[in-house]
Design a protein around this ligand. Structure first.
Ligand code: ZN
Length: 448
């Protein structure tokens, strides 16, 4: 007898969208079909839509060492409330940063204690740690992250072109992807210096110091280095349609490249940064309407692979002050990725639900070698989210699970309310509450 049967939901499966029952046994999907036999526990999901649980491949919970910025206990609860079942934590802004075996093991143990969802860990590429990359692969890293622009954190220096190129060669040997923050450092630094000299420190001055050109140039350079090294390349947080176009051109030239954008680039524009201030500061920055429109075209057309949150909070006192260059950047939105895709995608732009499932789960699982995750298929982990697509709500502070409540999504209207999130057959979020105390496991990429 199955442990759980979910009855009558509209299931978004790789084979199409169908109304059916779904049975769970030992944490796995054991059957999908009409009128399945009874189980110990049943969920009546009539009128609800079931999507595979969201896998957020890019966020910063800053644990260990900076739990006062977020921490996996609060961060993973926010993720679960937003339909998330797993995340990949970036090598910064934890202390220490994840650039070697000892640092990796420290973080793994910390997150096993505090996380309510599954997780994977990115390793970092920084000048001088080339020999650590094979060790990080042995530990189970999902890939390696490098910054082509200043990371803002002294402990995680930018990868100059040689460091990046040599890091990519090491990554190719262990067949793991390299993820890059793609912005040209010379352009962004020089424009920031010029603005400083001229005493221009406002929101627009900051936005203008990080032009789309800086992103496009860095994507092209990273793609060239990846092709030479024979490594898989993942471009994180592509902010513009022009950036996607540059990555697609590289793909045509034979680069094995995946393209990630973030929910905030799809939901907000540069005008919103002026309205919302520090809560909406990020790099690359939010773009104008034209770039956002072409980014949406790419999402709808299947040319963007992954939508992540890049959840990157900091204490509110670091996000105050009149000098917008000095205000700490990073958008806190781990809870809102699926909400954005349903409201601004499905409802407002006709984005189909199969595509949503690809962006939040199927492609992340496939690209990063998570076997048995990412799709509503018999044999896979029973990871799913049940959504009432037509229920509307306004995001208010009482709904947030993250440590600090500063997020640009506060007050936004969404259609598509998450009723429950299920991880390996266990309900972890239901009716607005977290109903688990832990149990997140580390995910390792399957040997490729
Ligand atoms: Zn990030």
């Amino acid at each position: 007898m199955p442990d759980l049967v979910v009855r009558g939901a509209r299931l978004v499966t790789p084979a199409g969208i169908m109304r059916a029952d779904l049975a769970v046994e030992d944490g796995h999907i054991s059957a999908i079909g009409p009128e399945l036999a009874g189980a110990a526990e049943e969920i009546d999901a009539d009128g609800l839509t079931m999507l595979p649980g969201l896998i957020d491949v890019h966020l910063h919970f800053n644990e260990p060492g900076r739990e006062d910025w977020e921490g996996a206990a609060t961060g993973s609860r926010a993720l679960a409330a937003g339909g998330g079942v797993a995340y990949f934590d970036m090598p910064l802004n934890s202390t220490p940063c994840t650039v070697g075996r000892a640092e990796f093991e420290l973080k793994r143990r910390a997150l096993e204690r505090s996380s309510v969802t599954d997780f994977g860990l990115w390793g970092g590429i920084v000048p001088g740690n080339r020999d650590a990359l094979a060790e990080l692969a042995e530990c189970g890293a999902v890939g390696f992250k490098a910054f082509m622009a200043d990371s803002g954190l002294a402990e995680f220096p930018r990868a100059d072109d040689l460091t990046l190129s040599e890091g990519m060669r090491e990554a190719a040997k262990v067949n793991l992807p390299v993820a890059v923050h793609a912005e040209n450092n010379e352009i962004t630094q020089a424009l920031a210096r010029r603005a400083a000299q001229e005493g221009r420190r406002g929101v627009r001055d900051f936005l203008n110091s990080r032009p789309v050109l800086a992103e496009v140039e860095a994507i092209e350079r990273a793609a060239l280095l990846a092709r030479e090294a024979g490594t898989k390349l993942h471009i994180v947080h592509v902010s513009s349609g022009s950036g996607v176009a540059a990555a697609l051109e590289a793909r045509v030239r034979g680069v094995d490249i995946s393209i990630e954008t973030c929910a905030h680039y799809l939901f907000f524009t540069d005008d919103d940064v002026e309205r919302l201030g520090a809560a909406a500061k990020c790099a690359p920055p939010l773009r104008g309407r034209c770039e956002q429109d072409s980014l949406w075209d790419a999402v709808r057309g299947g040319n963007v692979d992954v939508v992540a949150s890049d959840h990157s909070p900091a204490p509110p006192e670091m996000k105050r002050g009149g000098d917008f260059f000095r205000v700490w950047g990073g958008i806190a939105g781990a809870q809102s990725t699926l909400a954005v895709l349903l409201e601004a995608g499905f409802h407002a732009r006709g984005l189909d639900l199969g595509r949503v499932a690809d962006l939040i789960a199927a492609i992340p699982a496939r690209r990063f070698g998570l076997r048995g995750k990412g799709a509503l298929e018999v044999g896979n982990d029973a990871d799913f989210v049940l959504v009432d697509l037509d229920a509307g709500y306004t995001l208010d502070e009482s709904m947030l699970f993250q440590r600090h409540h500063m997020t640009p999504y506060l007050g936004a209207r969404f259609r598509g309310l998450n009723r429950s999130t299920v991880l390996r057959g266990q309900t972890i979020f239901a009716d607005g509450k977290i109903v688990t105390t832990g149990g997140g496991r580390m995910l390792r990429p399957a040997a490729a």
